[in-house]
Design a protein around this ligand. Structure first.
Ligand SMILES: [Zn+2]
Length: 470
C-alpha cells in the first residue's frame, strides 16, 4: 500500500501503516449536540466518511468511532435555557444530526458513544492521572497540571513561554493565549441542574470536555489509535489536552497519525449568523439543491484547503453529479446492446484511469486529483459513446469502474444500498474486534444497536452473517 497522509503532529506527509495490519482504528471527534450542525461541520463529517470509504477501497477494514458530546458548557446552557433535563435536550439534537448524516449518504460509524454513558471510564482516567502526579484539586475541581507533562504543546506547537505556572482555565473551549492548567473534573456549582451532575469517587460533578474524548477513544480503540481526526480548530486546546490526559494516564503514545480538516467559508468569509451567511443542511436543501450535489461539493475540495462554499460552486457540483449519472445510464444501455468485441486499447485506458483515481486518493486523500482523473475518463467515454465506438463489453466494464469509483464518492443514486451493506460489514468487523479484546460490553452494544434497526447477526462456523428481521 502506498497511502500517504499529512500528519499534523509531524507537519509532513507520512507513509500510513496501521498498527494491526489490514485494520484501521479511527477516532473522529463528533458534534456537541446542542444545536443543528452547520455545513462547515458537515464538511468534516463527509470528509471522514470519504476517508473510511477510501480505506475500504484499499482493502482495509475500518473501525470508526465518533463520540457525541452530550455534556459540556454548551449543552448544559442549552438544557437550562429550555428547561429540559440534559438527556432530553441532547436527544433531540442527536436525532437531527443522524438525519443530516443520512441525507448526505454518510456511512455510519461503528459506534457513536455518548459522553454521559461513559462517566465511570472518565473517572478512572482522572484517578490514574492523580496517581501519576498530573492533577491537583482546587475549588472542588480537579485540574491537569500542564507543567507535569513536559511534551505539552507538541501537537499544536503553542507558545509555552507566556504560560503562567498554576494559572487555570475552567471553560471547555479557550484560545491559544490561554495555555493554562485545564479542568478534567468540574465540581458541582450553584445553579447546575442535577441531570448534568454525577455522584462519583471524585465528588459530585461532571467531566471536562477534553477528558470525554480521551475516555471514549481508548475504550473502543485501545490505548494507541491509528488515526484521530477533527477540524483544525480542535488542534488546540482539545486535541492537545487529549494527548496530555491519555498519555499522562497510560504512559503510551496516544495517536499515531493526526489529521485535521480546514474550515468551510461562505463567499470568501467566515460563516456567522450575524452576517446572514450561516447555513445548515436544511437551509441549503430548501433552496432546491439535491443532497448528492451538496455532498459532492463538500468532498470535492481537498481537506487541507479551505472550502469556499458558494451557490455557483453548488450549481457546478450539481452538474458534475448529473454527468456521472447520465454516463452511468448510457453505459447501462450500451452494455445491453449487441456489437463489436471489447477493445484492448479501451481496457488499457480503463486500467490507467482506475490507477490514477486510486493514486489521487492515496496522495493524502486528494479528492481534486481523484476527481480530475475520473472526469478525464468520463469525457473520453462520452466521446466514444457519441461516436458509436464503444463495444458493449467495454461499456459494461466502464460502468463497473464508475460504480466502483462511486463507492468512495457516494453520489450516484444507487449508492444508498451499497452504503448499508458497507455499514453493517463495518459494524460486524468492529464487533469481532471488541470480542477479540474481550470487551463484551462494546460487542453487545453493537449487536443491540443493529438489532434495534432490524438487523440480526448470526454467528456461524463460516463467520458472522446478517439478515433483516423477517
Ligand atoms: Zn473530541
Amino acid at each position: 500500500m502506498s497511502l500517504r497522509l499529512f500528519d499534523t503532529a509531524a507537519r509532513s506527509l507520512v507513509d500510513f501503516e496501521p498498527l494491526v495490519p489490514g485494520h484501521v482504528g479511527l477516532y473522529t471527534c463528533g458534534p456537541t449536540v446542542y444545536n443543528r450542525v452547520h455545513i462547515g461541520n458537515l464538511r468534516t463529517f463527509v470528509w471522514e466518511d470519504v476517508m473510511c470509504r477510501v480505506f475500504r477501497s484499499l482493502g482495509l477494514s475500518v473501525t470508526q468511532v465518533m463520540n457525541l458530546t452530550d455534556i459540556d458548557d454548551k449543552t448544559i446552557r442549552g438544557a437550562v435555557a429550555e428547561g429540559l433535563p440534559l438527556r432530553e435536550f441532547t436527544d433531540r439534537h442527536i436525532a437531527t444530526f443522524f438525519e443530516d448524516l443520512k441525507t448526505l449518504n454518510v456511512v455510519p460509524a461503528a459506534v457513536y458513544p455518548r459522553a454521559t454513558d461513559h462517566v465511570p471510564e472518565m473517572v478512572e482516567i482522572v484517578k490514574k492521572l492523580t496517581e501519576r502526579g498530573h492533577t491537583y484539586e482546587s475549588d472542588g475541581t480537579i485540574w491537569f497540571r500542564i507543567a507535569s507533562f513536559p511534551s505539552y504543546g507538541k501537537l499544536s506547537r503553542v507558545d509555552l513561554s507566556s504560560m503562567k505556572r498554576g494559572a487555570r482555565v475552567a471553560d471547555d473551549e479557550y484560545e491559544k493565549e490561554d495555555v493554562r492548567d485545564f479542568a478534567v473534573w468540574k465540581g458541582a456549582k450553584e445553579g447546575e441542574p442535577d441531570s448534568a451532575l454525577w455522584e462519583t469517587d471524585l465528588g459530585k460533578g461532571r467531566p471536562g470536555w477534553h477528558l470525554e474524548c480521551s475516555a471514549m477513544s481508548m475504550k473502543y480503540l485501545g490505548e494507541t489509535l491509528d488515526i484521530h481526526t477533527g477540524a483544525v480548530d480542535n488542534i488546540f486546546p482539545h486535541h492537545e489536552n487529549e494527548i496530555a490526559q491519555s498519555e499522562g494516564a497510560t504512559g503510551k503514545p496516544f495517536v499515531r497519525t493526526w489529521l485535521h480538516a480546514e474550515h468551510l467559508i461562505v463567499d470568501g468569509e467566515k460563516m456567522a449568523k450575524s452576517k446572514g451567511n450561516f447555513f445548515t443542511l436544511p437551509d441549503v436543501l430548501a433552496r432546491g439543491y439535491s443532497p448528492r450535489a451538496i455532498r459532492y461539493l463538500l468532498l470535492s475540495v481537498p481537506y487541507r484547503q479551505k472550502l469556499n462554499f458558494t451557490f455557483d460552486a453548488l450549481h457546478g457540483a450539481a452538474s458534475a453529479v448529473e454527468r456521472l449519472e447520465s454516463l452511468d445510464a448510457r453505459l447501462g444501455e450500451r452494455a445491453g446492446a449487441a456489437g463489436a468485441r471489447a477493445s484492448e486499447s479501451f481496457a488499457a485506458r480503463l486500467a490507467e484511469a482506475r490507477a490514477a483515481v486510486k493514486a489521487g486518493w492515496e496522495d493524502d486523500l486528494n479528492s481534486a486529483a481523484a476527481l480530475g482523473a475520473l472526469f478525464g475518463f468520463v469525457k473520453e467515454a462520452n466521446t466514444s459513446l457519441e461516436a458509436g465506438q464503444l463495444a458493449p463489453e467495454d461499456a459494461a466494464a466502464a460502468r463497473a469502474f464508475l460504480r466502483e469509483a462511486d463507492g468512495v464518492l457516494g453520489v450516484l443514486p444507487e449508492g444508498a444500498d451499497a452504503s448499508l451493506e458497507a455499514e453493517v460489514e463495518a459494524k460486524i468487523a468492529a464487533r469481532q474486534d471488541a470480542r477479540k479484546r474481550r470487551d463484551f460490553a462494546a460487542s453487545d452494544a453493537i449487536r443491540d444497536e443493529l438489532a434495534s434497526r432490524g438487523i440480526l447477526l448470526e454467528d456461524t462456523p463460516q463467520g458472522v452473517r446478517w439478515r433483516r428481521k423477517g
